[in-house]
Design a protein around this ligand. Structure first.
Ligand SMILES: [Zn+2]
Length: 356
């Protein structure tokens, strides 16, 4: 028996295990492993830097980029600030997110075909209706963001943020629209953009709310270096073929088995709370704004604000004023007031964001 065990051990002593480790590392960013519809840029060994929007208050900048060849809404080389895309979520056994070929690219999508066929059937149970509803594509947005919640967050530089369209983009567009046809605030412009303040309440799928979105004066310069670091968001999208999606989807139908969510890409570190930081930034932004306009700023520091839900949420426009716009909305270039990087004379980047 001991002999047999010794024989087993010897099988692990060669280079085979090392090779397995190397192979596993090569597959680290493969689609399906993490379930997202986007992966690190081709040829990049660095994991995606993902921003996790936790409960509480946040201040972020949205950093624009020039659309790559795969952007479904914006011409290559044109500036934009987001990827606004329809995604089927939790598809198949591995519960992968899959970009919808029909909604985004006007091509045949096996999941949409399945949904349409099923809906032709009569007398579907409530449960079945519910399951079908979950398969509907959801509108998701990807952004390059810099988060100013803490010095550690800020030091991470540009991070990728995925969020539901109705939770953020829809709200920010309503804040960005100037009254009485006064156009939009080019909030993502590197030169005359704004920081965005908002609050997240709740962390579950059904109870999460984003509240109180407002623009505040930026305290940091968006340097050329940062602009260069922004992800070309459309290049991150893993666009599967019809057959690949079908295979993934049907595999899931055959064995509807729950799978524990594994570690997805690089998770942000746990950032220690630096609650004063947000208050300080708000105050500084207020002062800057106050100087410019010569009147008292309207933003209260967080300590004085009412509990969100009453104060924050009520700032939103009524829904009627921003009915569903066509997806083309996403085409709006970020800085239409001439914000193309490098074309304008800009202040020399300061060292403000570098910590000693
Ligand atoms: Zn679809």
């Amino acid at each position: 028996m001991a002999e047999k065990r010794k024989g087993l051990r010897s099988k692990f002593s060669g280079k085979a295990l090392l090779k397995r480790t190397e192979e596993a590392h090569q597959r680290i960013n493969e689609y399906g492993k993490f379930g997202r519809f986007y992966t690190a840029p081709k040829g990049s060994s660095a994991p995606l830097k993902l921003w996790k929007c936790k409960e509480g208050e946040h201040i972020i900048d949205i950093i624009p980029f020039l659309a790559g060849p795969s952007h479904h809404q914006v011409r290559e080389g044109e500036p934009t600030y987001l990827l606004d895309i329809w995604v089927h979520q939790k598809v198949g056994m591995d519960e992968n997110d899959v970009v919808c070929l029909a909604r985004n690219y006007n091509e045949a999508c096996p999941i949409c075909e399945y949904l349409n066929a099923k809906r032709m059937e009569k007398d579907l149970s409530e449960e079945a209706e519910d399951a079908l509803g979950k398969l509907n594509p959801k509108r998701r947005c990807l952004y390059n963001v810099i988060c100013y919640d803490s010095s550690r967050e800020e030091d991470r530089g540009i991070q990728l943020w995925e969020v539901a369209h109705f939770l953020f983009e829809k709200k920010i567009l309503s804040v960005a629209r100037n009254p009485r046809g006064g156009g939009f605030v080019p909030f993502s412009s590197p030169d005359n953009g704004k920081s965005i303040y908002f609050e997240r309440e709740g962390s579950g799928i059904t109870n999460t709310q984003y509240l109180g979105h407002k623009f505040i004066e930026r305290q940091s310069t968006i340097t050329d270096e940062l602009l260069g670091e922004a992800y070309i968001l459309d290049e991150l999208v893993n666009r599967l073929t019809y057959d690949e999606i079908k295979k993934m989807f049907l595999g899931g139908l055959a064995k509807p088995k729950k799978k524990a969510e594994s570690g997805k890409a690089e998770q942000p570190d746990d950032i220690p709370e630096e609650t004063n930081r947000i208050a300080q930034r708000l105050e500084a932004a207020n002062q800057k704004e106050g100087q410019g306009k010569g009147r008292a700023p309207s933003i209260k520091p967080p300590s004085q604000r009412q509990k969100a839900g009453s104060g924050g949420g009520s700032r939103q426009r009524p829904a009627a004023s921003q009915q569903q716009r066509p997806t083309g909305q996403g085409k709006r270039p970020a800085g239409r007031q001439g914000a193309a990087p490098g074309q304008r004379k800009r202040p020399v980047p300061t060292q403000r964001r570098k910590k000693p």
